[in-house]
Design a protein around this ligand. Structure first.
Ligand SMILES: [Zn+2]
Length: 363
């Protein structure tokens, strides 16, 4: 399967680009696969599964349960197109894939669904049609593994590096003991980590495993099903997450390979460093302000306007910022910038990015 890296750019799924990914955008790809309508969202958008393979190991994969987390969906359609061309790889599996569990959130570019509920905190109550649909589908399908696909914010680092991918084998109870299901999920993540270190060393992290029964992964672990959390992260200026998408797809295929060949590496899981909230998007260094020299950290707010996504810089913090890392560092010590704006935490800093000719990102 290492040819995935060579051909990923040529897959037909590459026509899906950018961060704003709606159900309309993926529908034509979904329809190219055997699929089923399994329900609808609060605002009546369709929710589909794609069905591939008829092997003995059942795997349930869902993406975009948080509507604004689209990198996983793009990686997933790459994987599906790859598997369509390489059906032998599917011999071990019956895959059921929900490419977009929260199509309303995707349309509005929000984490939450149309009732402003976080579907990943609704596993026990199942108060929302989308979460109920997922849990009902889980019980009917009886998967041997679940893959729970997400994106993380730009704030995560691992040691002093940006975190491109992170994983979690969630706890199944408060004690966080290593149940058989946890052990299996750890083993698959260890196998992915082992493969990824050859390619993207020191950019893979492990999420905190504090138990929360309302989270879908923890809930399915509690039922005894190994459930892997995947998170796509931010590296440098790649706000479209093109590189992340590639390695995310590679990881999904490696996870399948691990399960098919029974090559679990749980001990490697333990060695993966935990993610830290250590990054901001931009740090402007040595800005003259009120007769002092200060550093200013900016964090982009992702704002949907006229169906286009805009990255709006907001002041995150200011002062002495040597403990923070940034995806972009701009030293303005040599520049004679003059401006009259007041700078305060949480204020909009579009004027500052314009002054510095900061790249404006929109997708
Ligand atoms: Zn998420």
């Amino acid at each position: 399967m290492n040819d995935f890296l060579a051909i990923q750019q040529q897959l037909k799924s590459q026509k899906i680009q950018g961060r704003y990914i709606t159900h309309n955008l993926i529908e034509s790809i979904v329809m190219q696969f055997p699929n089923k309508l399994i329900g609808t969202s609060v605002e009546n958008r369709p929710i589909h599964t794609i069905d591939l393979g008829s092997g003995p190991v059942n795997i349930l994969i869902w993406s975009q349960m948080h509507g604004n987390e689209s990198t996983a969906t793009k990686a997933l359609v790459d994987v599906l197109c790859y598997l369509q061309q390489n059906p032998a790889f599917l011999a071990a599996f019956t895959l059921k894939v929900i490419p977009m569990l929260n199509p309303d959130g995707a349309a509005a570019y929000t984490r939450v669904n149309a009732n402003e509920m976080d579907l990943n905190r609704d596993a026990v109550e199942q108060s929302q049609p989308e979460s109920k649909l997922l849990v009902d589908f889980y019980h009917a399908f009886k998967p041997d593994y679940c893959f729970n696909l997400h994106d993380q914010r730009t704030i995560f680092g691992v040691n002093d590096n940006p975190c491109m991918l992170s994983f979690l084998s969630p706890a199944a109870d408060q004690s966080k003991k290593r149940t058989a299901a946890r052990e299996k999920a750890m083993g698959v993540i260890g196998y992915m980590q082992n493969a990824l270190q050859e390619h993207i060393p020191n950019q893979v992290g492990r999420y905190d495993d504090t138990f929360n029964p309302n989270c879908t992964g923890d809930f399915f672990m509690q039922q005894g099903t190994p459930t892997l959390l995947f998170e796509a992260g931010q590296v440098g200026q790649d706000y479209a997450r093109v590189e992340t998408r590639k390695w995310y797809g590679f990881s999904i295929l490696k996870a399948l390979e691990c399960i098919a060949l029974n090559l679990h590496m749980p001990n490697i899981y333990q060695e993966i460093p935990e993610v830290e909230k250590s990054f901001v998007d931009v740090i402007i260094k040595n800005l003259h302000y009120h007769k002092k020299t200060i550093d200013i950290a900016l964090q982009y707010a992702e704002v949907l306007k006229n169906k286009k996504l805009h990255f709006v810089p907001i002041v995150h913090s200011m002062g002495e910022l040597s403990n923070l890392n940034a995806h972009e560092i701009i030293d303005v010590s040599g520049k004679n910038l003059s401006f009259s704006h007041e700078i305060t935490v949480d204020s909009n800093a579009v004027w500052l990015s314009e002054l510095l000719n900061l790249t404006q990102y929109s997708h």
